[in-house]
Design a protein around this ligand. Structure first.
Ligand SMILES: NC(=O)c1ccc[n+]([C@@H]2O[C@H](COP(=O)([O-])OP(=O)(O)OC[C@H]3O[C@@H](n4cnc5c(N)ncnc54)[C@H](OP(=O)(O)O)[C@@H]3O)[C@@H](O)[C@H]2O)c1
Length: 234
């Protein structure tokens, strides 16, 4: 066992005994991915044990599988939970590069400009970002953004080089995450499921993944409004 594993394991045990409701569930070596135990919550310590870079689709969805309404509203999402009481702060600290589709980018621009319309949008990420579009989109001054089009594989290689040992975040939408999956480049799904249904909207992940493609490695309750599930793609 490496010294860093001892530190990691200790942190996990402290977290568990402090009553955060998370539990290290791997019985053997900490290098092995923890098992999900029915009826118990596990993680978030699982991901932190593995220092190799991952490509992760991290998103929130309604209970019926939509990440936004048909007209791209997220207003239904915000009352469900505070991102800071989820795994988001730990997650984003390990992100070295991110990618999104044009609808998500345009949503961010619209909403980032709401607070101070006269100053223009404030880009929320410090990591380099890749935005997929077949159109010419407005840039954000001072933001580290590249506009790309087409095959995700060369873009992923660029992102890997920029991210170094950190992870790649596929912000969304669902089909873009699916394109990375189709290319064999997606390692994990981290999905926060809200206690709300939308009936229709933008799909979480419009692909068919049948057992045993997804292995559940952690379950984390976020208040009464959300649960975070973490899956490894095998
Ligand atoms: N619930 C959450 O946590 C969460 C997270 C992320 C996003 N969202 C929301 O979910 C919605 C997602 O929208 P969406 O499903 O339309 O997905 P999107 O990925 O944000 O945008 C899709 C668009 O991106 C462009 N695109 C995708 N792949 C491309 C490729 N390989 N090459 C070139 N262009 C490509 C295409 O548009 P063009 O070519 O026409 O530009 C495509 O129509 C947004 O409203 C967003 O705000 C929610």
């Amino acid at each position: 066992m490496r010294p860093s594993d001892y530190i990691h394991l200790t942190l996990c045990m402290v977290e568990f005994f402090q009553g955060t409701g998370t539990l290290w569930s791997s019985e053997a070596a900490p290098d092995a991915a923890p098992r999900a135990v029915e009826g118990q919550s596990v993680g978030p310590c699982d991901g932190r044990a593995d220092r190799t870079m991952k490509t992760q689709y991290y998103t929130a969805t309604s209970l019926d599988g939509f990440i936004a309404t048909e007209d791209d509203s997220l207003d239904w999402l915000f009352p469900l939970g505070d991102p800071n009481s989820s795994g988001y702060p730990e997650f984003i600290a390990d992100v070295g590069a991110l990618a999104m589709g044009s609808t998500t980018y345009e949503w961010i621009l619209r909403n980032a400009a709401k607070d101070s319309p006269e100053a223009g949008p404030v880009w929320p990420y410090t990591q380099p970002a890749w935005v997929f579009s077949s159109r010419e989109l407005p840039a954000v001054e001072g933001a580290n953004i590249r506009f790309v089009n087409g095959d995700v594989r060369p873009v992923h290689a660029e992102m890997q080089a920029a991210a170094g040992s950190k992870n790649i975040w596929i912000v969304g939408g669902g089909d873009l995450a699916g394109q990375f999956y189709d290319a064999g480049l997606l390692d994990e799904l981290i999905i926060q499921i809200g206690s709300a249904t939308l009936g229709k909207g933008k799909p979480l992940f419009p692909r068919r993944l049948l057992h045993p493609v997804l292995r559940l490695v952690s379950v984390r309750q976020i208040g009464a409004g959300m649960v975070e599930l973490r899956y490894v793609i095998i």
